[in-house]
Design a protein around this ligand. Structure first.
Ligand SMILES: Cc1cc2nc3c(=O)[nH]c(=O)nc-3n(C[C@H](O)[C@H](O)[C@H](O)COP(=O)(O)OP(=O)(O)OC[C@H]3O[C@@H](n4cnc5c(N)ncnc54)[C@H](O)[C@@H]3O)c2cc1C
Ligand code: SF4
Length: 327
């Protein structure tokens, strides 16, 4: 590990000023991703600004929904009574991720900012445009079993690893951030980027922007929901494919539908085409199969991950069946 300095921020402004104009400075929260990357020299910050003392650990209920502080631990969020009763899809998605020990340390802000698990990204001997822009991508012609089938580019085909973010995408969360140039709110759909020509940038956050909270709007999806995660083993492992499915069903018809996929793209992938097919239709297997089939028409697999296309289709259908059977 390379030497670095460490400061503990006492308020939001000192945190932001601590990283402003220093490309190599980083916030640190739970440390479960950043420290791992520093140990293998994928991340080499020259300064760590510890934000864990900032007052961002509250979950507040308001008339619009829920505001979740950026330092709320993943476990505390998943088990919060309001989340369990009104946003159970989010609870299920978080509990599908990592291990209990990791969830006890990992924060909401850190989960949003965690980096890809592409094995070439984690191996500093391999060429990787995300780690070292312009050197090429070892995964495109390499072993790309865990990689993207949607929205990739000829510069990077990595996937975003978070489960929590797939749940947040289905629930139309908004990310509140603060920086040297003021505050802004970013819809979750716009927060993570597709790789395009600048795969080194995972999100639209500026270097000196701090995530302060997530806003969740009031949700009609507390009854019919399911988070399905397909992975290589039952114990903790990242998703090959995951599906967050949420339905609002009234008088035997689907009034609103949300489908987001994980493990298939550089960001949580909202299946808008599936949602269009579902709304106004009957919640039956034929409808679900039509929605899933339309979604995977856009898929572009690589040599070793063609299996993900059929897997995504079946996972969407199964998640929707499970969501329907919940009520
Ligand atoms: C073995 C293992 C298995 C895992 N399995 C899963 C899994 O199955 N599913 C899953 O979703 N996750 C999984 N994880 C990832 C885990 O969820 C993340 O490591 C965790 O969410 C990161 O949170 P953290 O608070 O520890 O972030 P940190 O490591 O502290 O920070 C991560 C990044 O976020 C930035 N950051 C942190 N807070 C803020 C903020 N408020 N504003 C701006 N930037 C910020 C940091 O600068 C850093 O770049 C796994 C991790 C491990 C080690
Ligand atoms: S897929 Fe992306 S992260 Fe993986 S090697 Fe290629 S450029 Fe790097």
């Amino acid at each position: 590990m390379k030497p670095f300095s460490y400061v503990r921020a006492t308020n939001q402004n000192t945190a932001i000023q601590g990283v402003a104009n220093r490309q190599s400075a980083k916030f640190i929260a739970g440390g479960t991703n950043l420290i791992d990357l520093m140990k293998v020299e994928v991340a080499q910050p020259d300064r760590l600004v510890d934000i864990t003392q900032l007052p961002l650990s509250e979950i507040e209920i308001n008339s619009d929904g829920l505001r979740i502080g950026a330092l709320v631990r993943n476990s505390d969020l998943a088990y919060h009574p309001e989340v369990r009763s009104h946003y159970p899809l989010l609870s299920q998605a978080i509990l599908a991720g990592a291990s209990p020990q990791l969830r006890n340390m990992a924060t909401v802000g850190g989960n949003l900012m965690q980096r890809t698990r592409c094995y070439y990204f984690m191996d500093i001997a391999a060429p990787c445009n995300k780690r070292d822009p312009g050197v090429g991508c070892a995964a495109i012609e390499g072993y790309n079993r865990i990689h993207a089938i949607f929205g990739a580019s000829d510069k990077c085909i990595a996937t975003h690893p978070s489960d929590m973010c797939v749940g947040l995408a289905a629930l139309d969360a908004r990310v509140r951030v603060a920086g040297s140039n003021g505050d802004r709110t970013i819809p979750i759909a716009d927060f993570h980027r597709l790789p395009g020509d600048i795969p080194e940038r995972d999100t639209v956050l500026e270097q000196d922007e701090l995530i302060v909270a997530i806003d969740l709007p009031n949700s009609p999806f507390a009854k019919n929901y399911h988070y399905l995660k397909v992975r290589d083993r039952a114990s903790y492992a990242f998703a090959l494919v995951s599906v967050a499915a949420a339905l609002e069903i009234e008088n035997g018809t689907i009034k609103a539908a949300r489908i987001a996929l994980g493990g298939v793209a550089h960001k949580p992938w909202r299946a808008l085409v599936a949602e269009d097919i579902l709304v106004g239709a009957k919640p039956i297997q034929e409808t679900f199969t039509a929605a899933a089939t339309a979604t995977i028409r856009e898929a572009k697999p690589y040599r070793h991950n063609q299996f993900k296309v059929e897997m995504a289709k079946r996972a969407i259908v199964r998640a929707l069946i499970n969501a329907t059977e919940k009520s």
